[in-house]
Design a protein around this ligand. Structure first.
Ligand SMILES: O=C(O)c1cc(=O)[nH]c(=O)n1[C@@H]1O[C@H](COP(=O)(O)O)[C@@H](O)[C@H]1O
Length: 270
């Protein structure tokens, strides 16, 4: 199956909500867990129990695992494996981006068949040049996985780079969108190159009309983005838009049934 086909099947079963597993130190405290690899493991596996098989996509945030070194990375590997076993798509949020030759190694790590860190997709940063991501785009295509490329991020500082106008009159964000659109062109039901467009960006003032791929919309929930913002930015049917929320759901833990209820409420609101 292509990544687009996997996404379409997951959305038909569970709707578009993506839930993030972001084990912030303050959330470990709130859940009564220690700020250790053991606390991280308890947190992450509770989230897997709550979200696995109930949402289309789960997005573990790699930095919160890397904080605990090799033991934290081992927990991330287990999270990826258990979520995939539950039939839930895993988007590893590692925001990788490097020059082409070393990008190939990241591609193998996060998108290669048999790699313990490979989920179904990974987030990528294109700010070393969209073309530097080519090894990851190729590996994703070969292995039926996907990538989500940062375009207009939810943080206020993103505009310092992303809204800068290039000599050809397009913003940097628009340039990234156009590269992604070209890569996805003609693929049905949608391409394997996704974009990240934050729910908090105010106005898009970019043209997404030729983009035939999934859009991850973070900033929904804890950062202030609402369903009304999503509809205003992406149109009322929000086709191929995957709103993603982490803290706003995770704050309902550690009780699994409270986490599941929180997920259901957000799914309903969408
Ligand atoms: O790529 C991302 O996931 C991402 C891009 C972006 O523009 N903004 C953004 O918040 N994110 C991630 O989305 C998650 C948002 O978390 P909450 O604000 O707790 O819902 C974090 O894991 C962020 O790293």
């Amino acid at each position: 199956m292509t990544f687009g086909e996997k996404l379409a099947k997951a959305v038909a079963a569970h709707g578009p909500l993506c839930v993030g597993i972001d084990p912030h130190p303050s959330l470990l405290d709130a859940w009564g867990l220690s700020r250790t690899a053991e606390g991280l493991e308890r947190f992450a596996l509770t989230a897997v129990e709550a979200f696995g098989g109930k949402v289309s996509v789960v997005k573990p945030q790699a930095a919160f695992f890397e904080t605990y070194g090799s033991r934290g990375v081992a927990v991330l590997e287990r999270v990826i494996a258990e979520l995939r076993d539950s039939g839930t798509l895993v988007l590893v949020d590692a925001k990788r981006g490097d020059i082409g030759s070393t990008m190939a190694a990241y591609a193998q790590a996060y998108l290669g068949d048999g790699s313990p860190l490979a989920g179904d997709a990974v987030t990528l940063s294109p700010f070393l040049g969209f073309g530097s991501l080519q090894p990851a785009l190729d590996t994703a295509r070969e292995t039926g996985r996907g990538v989500f490329v940062l375009a207009l991020t939810s943080n206020p500082e993103g505009a310092q780079v992303q809204r800068v106008v290039a000599p050809d009159g397009r913003t940097v964000a628009q340039t990234i969108i156009d590269f992604a659109a070209a890569r996805n062109s003609g693929i049905s039901p949608c391409g394997d190159v996704g974009l990240v467009v934050g729910a908090t960006i105010g106005e898009t003032d970019v043209d997404l009309s030729r983009f035939n791929g999934p859009i991850l919309a973070p900033g929904f929930g804890a950062q202030g983005g609402s369903v009304a913002d999503l509809k205003r930015l992406f149109g009322p049917d929000m086709r191929n838009v995957f709103p993603t929320s982490s803290r706003d759901v995770l704050k309902h833990g550690p009780d699994v049934s409270s986490l599941v209820s929180a997920v259901r409420r957000v799914q309903q609101s969408l």
